[in-house]
Design a protein around this ligand. Structure first.
Ligand code: PLP
Ligand code: COI
Length: 365
């Protein structure tokens, strides 16, 4: 069934926060703590395709206890940011890539694909309704969280025949409370995030549920994030719980683990392939073993390690720890190339550098 033309209705929130309440939140938003006054919703059924696009007051969803997502986790999501530019416009970074990845995730989770114009339209409609919530100044942004879930109430194991798509928005400061400081990483040897043929390349909630226990283990060892290896050989570096990884070599080249089918195809990762080349670095996608990480940081072949993702932007990695040892990259501080790549990315996102690749979509209005 083809979907209806995208034409959302807008219901303004009669209980919207006052200017003073909103400004108090925007003064120190943190990450993922506060939500704007509106949300976007749409529904899908086999008969009607995508329909009922609407911007409504932000609030709880009412779910039947038998709703499929609560039992079988048929759910996917995205994450992207809107930035306030000095010229008064609001821009989103590579939203077309998020639209495409949501479609790939939908395919893997047997959910219906959302047309690109519906994805972009939903982002435009919500950001326009909550324009006042896009923070200004510093490294702040409005984090957008589109997600889609099985909303049919039934207990049989089959793809849901009613699917709901929703977008919520949350003003964001730094993901790591300490700002740009090197993070410590725990190497998970007991648990994998994803296996061959599994859902690792999809952005589905279940992957994150599986990463929580190893993430707890990381915290118990004093680390902020967990690194996962491939599940077959326990040898090849995949990614962190919520970020991709890069390794800077002593010759100035930059290496990132190749897409194995079980790694999330990060949009920041993909953008850095281009940005680092623009900065004159050779960038290589290939397998990187855990021995290479350990030995390379010890003998100086690897001079810097950094992680990247929408929420965390570019974050230096200071130390990798495992049961019985640790590997420190460089002097454990943020490396120069890491910070150069980071600056090039954020300058582009905040409109301080030319958008050479046409990555910053202007929100109409
Ligand atoms: N890997 C995982 C597991 C993630 O959750 C994320 C965050 O979205 C990333 C990588 C980075 O992806 P992106 O740059 O598209 O945000
Ligand atoms: C993101 O970077 O957008 C993520 O989804 C990472 C994390 C918040 C799950």
């Amino acid at each position: 069934m083809t979907s209806a033309p995208f034409a959302p209705t807008v219901e303004t929130n009669p209980a919207a926060r006052t200017d003073a309440e909103r400004e108090a939140i925007l003064a120190s938003p943190g990450f993922g703590n506060h939500f704007t006054d509106h949300m976007f919703l749409a529904e899908w059924t086999p008969e009607q395709g995508w329909h009922d696009a609407r911007v409504v007051p932000y609030g709880p969803l009412q779910l039947d206890p038998a709703t499929a997502v609560l039992h079988y986790a048929q759910e996917i999501f995205e994450g992207l940011k809107a930035y306030a530019w000095a010229d008064g416009s609001v821009r989103v970074f590579r939203a077309e890539e998020n639209a495409a990845r949501l479609q790939r995730s939908a395919h893997r989770l047997a959910l219906p694909e959302l047309p690109q114009d519906w994805f972009l339209g939903s982002v435009d409609a919500l950001v326009a309704a909550d324009r006042a919530w896009v923070p200004e100044g510093g490294e702040t942004s409005l984090y957008l969280r589109p997600f889609m879930f099985a909303s049919e109430a039934f207990l049989g194991v089959r793809p849901s025949q009613h699917v709901t798509y929703c977008v919520i928005a949350s003003p964001a400061g730094a993901y790591f409370p300490g700002g740009v400081k090197p993070v410590s990483i725990w190497l998970s040897t007991q648990y994998s995030r994803a296996g061959a043929g599994g859902t690792g390349a999809a952005k589905c909630g279940g992957n994150y549920a599986a990463s929580l226990l190893p993430q707890q283990e990381a915290a118990q060892h004093g680390c902020q994030q967990v690194a996962f290896l491939d599940s077959t050989e326990q040898r090849w570096i995949e990614e962190l719980g919520g970020m991709n990884l890069y390794f800077v070599q002593s010759d100035g080249s930059i290496v990132t683990p190749e897409l194995s089918g079980s790694i999330l195809e990060g949009i920041t990762r993909e953008s850095i392939l281009t940005i680092a080349r623009d900065l004159g670095h050779d960038v290589v996608e290939r397998r990187v073993s855990i021995d290479e990480w350990r030995e390379g940081t010890a003998d100086g072949t690897i001079t810097e390690v950094f992680a990247c993702g929408t929420a965390a932007v570019v974050t230096p990695v200071g130390v990798l720890k495992w049961d019985g040892g640790e590997a420190v990259a460089g002097d454990g501080e943020a490396g120069k190339i890491t910070m150069d790549v980071r600056s090039a990315l954020v300058d582009l996102q905040y409109g301080r550098a030319e958008d050479r690749h046409g990555w910053m979509r202007r929100i109409p209005g």
